[in-house]
Write a protein that binds this ligand. Sequence first.
Ligand SMILES: [Zn+2]
Length: 378
Amino acid sequence: MSTFSGLFEEIPFISADRFDGENLRSKIFFLSHCHMDHMRGLDRPEGLPGPLYTSAVSRVLVRKQFPNVQDVRVLEIGSAEEISYESDGEEYRVVVTALPARHCPGSIMLLIQYRELKILYTGDFRLTKADLDSKFASLRQLEPDVVYLDSSFLKKCYPEFPTQTESIKKICDLITEWTSISPQHKVIIRIPAQYGSEFLFMEIGRKLKQKIYVANEQLEKYIFFPDMDQCISSNLKECNIFSLQKHEKGMFGSFHYRIIQPSALFWKNWTRGQPICKEENKNTIRVAYSSHSSYTELKDFIEFVKPKKVQLNVVSKMPEEMYKCLDEILGELEQSSKERKEPAIVKSRFDNLFRVPNSGYNRKYEEPIRMPIKRVKL
Ligand SMILES: [Zn+2]
């Protein structure tokens, strides 16, 4: 659950993923993806005091869900856009590049360049080392001044998760195994209410060519995603697969049902080679599934982009462990830079707030990454 304030201490008058309180003094706004913990304040009847930039998919969702937000603009994936804005007669300019975050349909990360600073805001993301190596060459050794990081699983007790492809295949196999026994055999998918399951449902629907029943009160969460109507239904009778938080006894009459519980939190200390599902009891099977990066993936990500400072976007009530993990990762990175005789780019310091660059570090900032720039002036 995001705890990011919405504001960037390095860049004045812009906000991302929070649209209330102090953020209403901002001039331009960004939305990384359409999960409710990233959309606080969008329901304000007056809308926003400036344009909202997001992906094409998220724009459709925002327009339908929040018609009060009038000015919603699209950031094309991978293309750098220059945006100018004014406050108190002073002009500001940022160059923003949206990158895929692989968290849910339409989710993006934001690379924001302001003056000589490079800021990378990940939103929520799930990227494996293989994703980085094959598709994210522009982030390799980017050395952003700050990474605002989705730290949901920055804990050593979550070293790895199966890939989403592996988890979805397992879930589909379990569904097919059960529903092929007889027409009376049905499957219930039980997902924690606060998480969006759009990608999972779309993949199950696509692979099994079946619709998933979603109760009326949940429909609103999914209905605005493009193509979602192909894989969900509120007609109990036409479905063999049901998305339910709980179900009343007798709801399915004489049907035999299997409950599948995809989740990440349950899978503490899971490592590759271990089974990705576990029978809870004779009716219920848990499957490891995460749309956030694991500890190892976060470490790989930090090593890949080599930030000078890291801010955590998800901080739990007891944050010490997260900051300790971050300290260790940055410490190792510093050590390996020293061994390779590279300039030290990060100083690891446990100050319970954020990481700071080495105070003696005066190497010139790199040129901003070169991409064709589209200019937009407010
Ligand atoms: Zn999310």
